[in-house]
Design a binder for this molecule. Sequence first.
Ligand code: TYM
Length: 339
Amino acid sequence: MEIPAALMKPRIFSGMQPTGELHIGNYLGALRNWARIQYDYEPIFCIVDQHAITVRQDPKTLRESCEKVAALYLAAGLDPAHSAVFVQSQISAHVELAWIFTCTVPFGWLGRMTQFKAKTLQAGGNQDSIGTGLFLYPVLMAADILLYQAKLVPVGDDQSQHMELTRNIAARFNKLYGRTFEIPATKLPMVGARIMGLDDPTRKMSKSANAPNHSISLLDPPGRVRKKIGRAKTDSQPGVNWENPGAGVSNLLTIFQAFSDWSDERMSLHFPDMRYGALKKEVTEMVNAKLEPIQRRFAELMDNRDYLRGVLRGSAARVAPIAEETVRQAKKRTGLYSL
Ligand code: TYM
């Protein structure tokens, strides 16, 4: 029996790359939000290993990372009885649709993507050392989202430009071939949409930065968290200047507020003029208290690989028909041959 459209919850889709260890930016900007809103939607969460190989990965580590990220998704609260959790490369429709989009997206649109420009710069601008996949990366991301006709995509602030491109790709295809795709909106968390590096609060916390005190991994033990926060950059003032905190202090306050869920008012009563040593102690205790249950559950799940693989297999089987139907339509619209 078909469920009446009015009773169906809007679909959401999001994903993370299984590269390096997930950090508190990934958690506060995306993962925690997913867990919180999952029951209000029809949720699909992906581990995007095909995005990961746009830069070189060790094959064995990549495979292991997919299961680690799946375990972290569940440990952070995704309910596999409700949320689909699967690995991108398990469903070949992603690359099929990405190719169709590749043929409709103007070159210039991709060249303007700031993440591509930043990564090219990191490689010293040497085009011979940059994979074409890095250039096409946002097209695959658009395919991920549009395949499932997602209405909403919960992500951190750094994905906003890719989301804009996704909407443009959908609108362009709809205009050229007739309405095929839902135009998705971006959903950012209220607090924590952009967590900055502890060592350099002018730069976003990122998995690829390899400075030792840059980010806090979701799997860091309490002592390491204490050490990293202890070394976090503040400024030369003696304590929290509430009206005008520097970037480092502001980042620590954001991390505290995001983890604690304290209101703005409660924050404003507690922190003004607090010495930096005390601030760092409070942030450390809050972060460690929130990471502890995630780490415990993660360890249990990693000890139960059969269960984890069952979730990945079952979810992929559940959502593949949605993706296959979209690709079928896109192929038909573009005139690709079928018997
Ligand atoms: P990725 O793997 O870099 O990051 C995963 C999620 O974490 C968020 N995030 C942050 N949020 C707050 N502060 C930070 N410092 C921070 N760093 C990362 C990201 O915004 C993201 O939500 N292109 C995507 C992966 C992707 C995707 C998709 C996402 C592929 N296909 C389809 C949504 C829908 C990426 O590289 O995320």
